[in-house]
Design a protein around this ligand. Structure first.
Ligand code: PMT
Length: 222
């Protein structure tokens, strides 16, 4: 039945921001609410999949029949994604992972001083790139949040991270991207096929993304 097309499939999804600690009261993060990733987890579970959702700090309820793993930092997200990756069939990285973390962290609140403050940052691991390297037969899907030439930059990420598909989010388009209940994206398959998924609720966009993945998986199997 159409409803359970993903029965027996393991789907791994990441959602939300990561938080990179400076001291006990301060951290670096971004505007991700987790809504897009949670909508994908809910849709995949409704299609009968076995869903694991690795999420940064968000205020959303866990969708029904979804195994949720809460993490804070990019490094923790990396560890949990790598652990669940081998047994997964479909992996979707909707999280907005911090690209940098403070080189030094403090156990006590940093004291203010006169003048400017410089904080040195190190790069976090590119989780998606690591998954692309570790890929055996998983269908690996990334997101790309872009502000200019979204399709061009999205395609570059698809190739450089060894993905099967990428969802390009023009985060400056109205009603699209961080925090909103709606999104407007383009699904790009590695074969070059583009599919614009016009402005709709994140739940509807999630359903359409999964439909694309399912049809591409079928095409790959034949
Ligand atoms: O959570 P919402 O409020 O609903 O907003 C949804 C969203 C805008 C966060 C989401 O739709 C989205 O676009 N997610 C990707 C945001 C992002 O970090 O894009 P990026 O172009 O910087 O990263 C590209 C891909 O690499 C992403 O799949 C990201 O998860 C991954 N990445 C990035 C950096 C890193 N260190 N590790 C990664 O795995």
């Amino acid at each position: 039945a159409k409803q359970h097309v993903l029965a027996g499939k393991k789907v791994l999804i990441s959602a939300g921001p990561t938080q990179e600690k400076i001291d006990p009261v301060r951290f670096f993060t971004n505007h991700s609410s987790g809504k897009m990733g949670f909508a994908l987890a809910e849709s995949a579970a409704q299609l009968g999949a076995d869903v694991t959702l690795v999420t940064g700090p968000v205020t959303l309820d866990t969708p029904a029949n979804v195994d949720r793993i809460d993490v804070v930092t990019a490094q923790e997200m990396h560890e949990h994604m790598m652990e669940h990756f081998p047994e997964s069939d479909i992996v979707i990285k909707a999280a907005a992972v911090a690209d940098y973390f403070p080189k030094n962290t403090y156990d006590h609140k940093m004291k203010k001083a006169e003048g400017t403050l410089t904080i040195e940052m190190d790069r976090t691991t590119d989780i998606l790139k690591e998954l692309g390297r570790a890929k055996t037969n998983q269908f690996l899907v990334g997101f790309a949040a872009e502000t200019n030439s979204p399709l061009e930059f999205g395609k570059k990420k698809l190739v450089s991270k060894n993905l099967d598909a990428i969802i390009v989010n023009d985060i400056q388009a109205a009603g699209s991207g961080f925090r909103s209940d709606t999104n407007d994206v383009t699904y790009i398959h590695k074969d070059g096929k583009n599919k614009h998924l016009a402005l709709a609720t994140k739940k509807q966009i999630a359903n359409q993304i999964l439909e694309q993945i399912i049809s591409d998986l079928k095409a790959d199997a034949t």
